[in-house]
Design a protein around this ligand. Sequence first.
Ligand code: 6PG
Length: 464
Amino acid sequence: MAHFGMIGLGTMGRNMALNLADHGFEVCGYDPNENQRKRLEEEAAGKPATSAGSLQDLVNNLQSPKIIMMLVPAGKIVDAVIDGLLPLLQKGDIIIDGGNSHFIDTERRFQTLKNSGIHFIGMGVSGGEEGARNGPSMMPGGDKESYEQVKNILESIAAKAEGEPCAYMGNTAAGHYVKMLHNGIEYAMMQMISEVYSLIKISGFSNGELSSVFGEWHQGELQSFLVEITSLIFNKKDEETGKDLVDMILDRAQQKGTGLWTTQSALELNVPTPTIDIAVTMRYLSALKAERVKAAGYFDYHKTNISTDKEVIKTICGEALYFGFTIAYAQGIKLIQAASATSNYEIDIKKVLKIWRGGCIIRSAMLNDLHKAYLQEPDLQIVITSPLFSKKLSEKRNSVVALLKTAMDTGTPAAAFASALNYFDAYTSAQLPANLIQAQRDFFGAHTYERIDKEGSFHSKWTS
Ligand code: 6PG
């Protein structure tokens, strides 16, 4: 009898099953595709991982309480698998959804399964194929009691950040909410890296030099998975043409929805996350390739090379990235906190920052300081005011301004940096021009306004 059931034996499910088997857990996998089942058995070669030919067989092969993880595409397939499993399970069994499910779906599934006595854990998993095989970052949420039952298994296979494995994120959909935010921040960081890429490129850096620049940054305060892989990407040759592979890739970014969901949730909760929002928007803009090519023919202000000092550009870009990454994390953290308060997730942001340090796509050295900032001041409203960040941000702000000036002069879009700077400038402004907006609202719609000298709502007759 196996300890653990895995449904969905694609790249993630198969690798996670093998990871579990490596750690001595007997796994039984199921996938409707026979080839995927065979592949698991072949790759398991001697390890305790087998496959079942149907959901019923899978359930029959498991010890009770049955622990079954699904790693299937988010959406209707998750519901279909749950519907198939429900008649086969008993009270106390545990289903874990390890896919990138929308947190709203997870909340609904959690409630439905709770009514049937089945425990449901919505768990964000990050780290791709490599992570699944050797140590993913896992963000489980649901009820604490069921987490305690699977804790040992999950902790054994999880990525460890300074010895710390995954941790319970909070109630109901907390795990998927945290993973969604991880992806929103991922979008923002990737967008800023790509903006830096375009500026450095027009400053005359070859791909080899770009690789070295990112490699150098990865040795310093920008140390992160995304900066590291960017360095490796610039060195990769296309096997077909022998050219640099990055130059052979069409500039049209795709997305599966987690960035959009982050932005939707932020707008609904009235939390400003402009750097994440613009990263989503820029993916949509990149997708308009044919329209962009056509429009480019009408204008000639884009510069493809500039004669600035390469060292200066490198410094500006590196500092701007530090500033931008901080703002992206700051916005994401604030959204998690707001959602946690609204939905009673009871998420401890310190735990989130701690586990993000290992195995996930947005892991970075900066997370150590972010974590420290909340340890020092648990009620910190935003990291930019923490002494660990405030001085650095004031210093690096000039580099963001310099980057944006160059970007604007050369017609190079740098929307994520612009949004990060504007967010910072607005958040640190004691006075914004919103008084005028209030006056206008009251003028045309009698929407009233508050005054600076006394409490209450006021309306004025604006014309005679
Ligand atoms: C991870 C990644 C993973 C996936 C992204 C890609 O944490 O391992 O975030 O979940 O690669 O969801 O998302 P897009 O296709 O939307 O870019």
